[in-house]
Design a protein around this ligand. Structure first.
Ligand code: NAD
Length: 355
């Protein structure tokens, strides 16, 4: 491998991984010097939240099952008030990016440390990035205070993740690693994690489609998701994430399925301009054309492959392309109106990226 110059910051956090590791959560909280934590989760996972609070006993200040996608400001405000009323000195966020995002919103305002217990493959637990949505607009920012101080990865908690969400969330994670490989701030350690993360997830997802409750495959998938999340936390994302952010924010398309559809097309767009990154993705997937292989993998996994099936209308193609090119950002291939519109047209129609 050709070694170029790079800079790298390690993010400080403690990770515990393994089936049954949630049983060590109390020990983890005590080790971090916390005495009274508020358990955060989505309403759909309130049962899991209650079980975790019960297991924490006196270390739990209660359960707040009100996390919502994209962290609406009203939801963040209510959770902050609840944490203050209950005199919590930290939060345990159990769930996907929405629960972790709510913990981050509290940390941003009150500085309460977050311990994350991820149950999807979104990867937010590994990043210092927060998001808040007000009047239909999502603001995001980076702040080291919102980076979880501890993360407990227990594959047993992911066994109940429905297969559709498993697949799209896994492809969402792979997207972090793909873009980390050609990021402007890429570094060799992150590239190793990215390749291994893609390999682990791409291997585990077909096994999970065959048997959603296969704990060994769940373990490999969560391991891959950890690595891909670390890639997201360490690098600056490019065209793919920008497209998904605009599609989600402007058209309200669902987060993980949008990533699943766009990824093969975004990689095809960049493949020639980023040959080392493409080679790494190719090694992880065992293919000389990784963009095409990602599209075929999505098909084999039963993932959505067309933006029109997610609710995007054809006339939105040019509007979204315009928004994406409006503010310049680093990307291996030049980001042009025509290029992005062509990418979106193929993704909208569900065409193969080779077409
Ligand atoms: P999510 O957290 O909204 O979860 C989707 C649904 O799945 C919820 O109803 C949740 O309760 C349920 N669920 C989660 N795990 C489950 C399980 N194991 N079994 C059964 N149900 C389960 O979805 P997500 O894709 O994890 O997160 C998306 C959000 O996270 C978006 O708002 C996105 O912008 C944000 N995000 C932020 C970052 C960051 O770095 N800040 C990174 C990735 C994602």
């Amino acid at each position: 491998m050709m070694m170029t110059s790079f800079a790298y910051d390690a993010l400080p956090m403690h990770v515990r991984f393994g089936p049954g590791s949630v049983q060590n959560l109390a020990e983890e909280i005590t080790r971090l010097g916390l005495r009274r934590v508020l358990v955060l989760c989505s309403p759909e996972q309130s049962e899991t939240g209650e079980l975790i609070a019960k297991a924490l006993g006196d270390l739990s200040a209660g359960v707040h099952p009100e996390a919502r996608m994209h962290v609406p400001v009203e939801v963040a405000r209510h959770a902050r008030d609840r944490a203050a009323e209950l005199d919590a000195d930290g939060c345990v966020a159990v769930g996907g990016g929405s629960a972790v995002g709510l913990g981050k919103a509290i940390a941003l305002e009150h500085g309460l440390p977050v311990v994350a217990v991820p149950t999807t493959y979104a990867g937010s637990e590994m990043t210092p990035v927060w998001g808040l949505t007000e009047n239909g607009r999502k603001r995001t920012g980076k702040d080291p205070r919102v980076l979880p101080v501890g993360v407990v990865y227990d594959p047993e908690l992911t066994v109940g993740l429905p297969i559709g969400m498993t697949v799209t969330s896994g492809l969402n994670a792979i997207a972090h690693a793909v873009e980390a490989l050609y990021a402007p701030d890429a570094s060799p350690i992150i590239s190793l994690m990215a390749e291994e993360g893609i390999r682990a997830l791409a291997g585990a997802l077909p096994d999970l489609v065959a048997d959603n409750a296969d704990l060994e495959a769940r373990t490999r998938a969560l391991y891959g998701s950890w690595l891909c999340g670390a890639c997201l936390g360490a690098t600056t994302m490019s065209l793919h994430h920008k497209l998904c952010h605009v599609l989600g924010g402007t058209l309200d398309l669902p987060h993980a399925p949008t990533h699943a559809v766009v990824l093969p097309h975004a990689l095809a767009y960049n493949q020639q301009a980023a040959p080392d990154a493409a080679a790494a993705v190719g090694r992880a997937l065992g293919s000389a054309d990784p963009a095409l292989e990602l599209w075929e993998l999505a098909g084999r996994l039963g993932a959505p492959r067309a933006l029109r099936d997610l609710g995007m209308a054809e006339p939105d193609i040019d509007r979204i392309a315009g928004q994406v090119v409006a503010n310049p950002y680093a990307n291996p291939a030049p980001v042009t109106q025509d290029g992005v519109a062509a990418l979106l047209r193929a993704a909208w129609a569900g065409q193969s990226p080779a077409a």
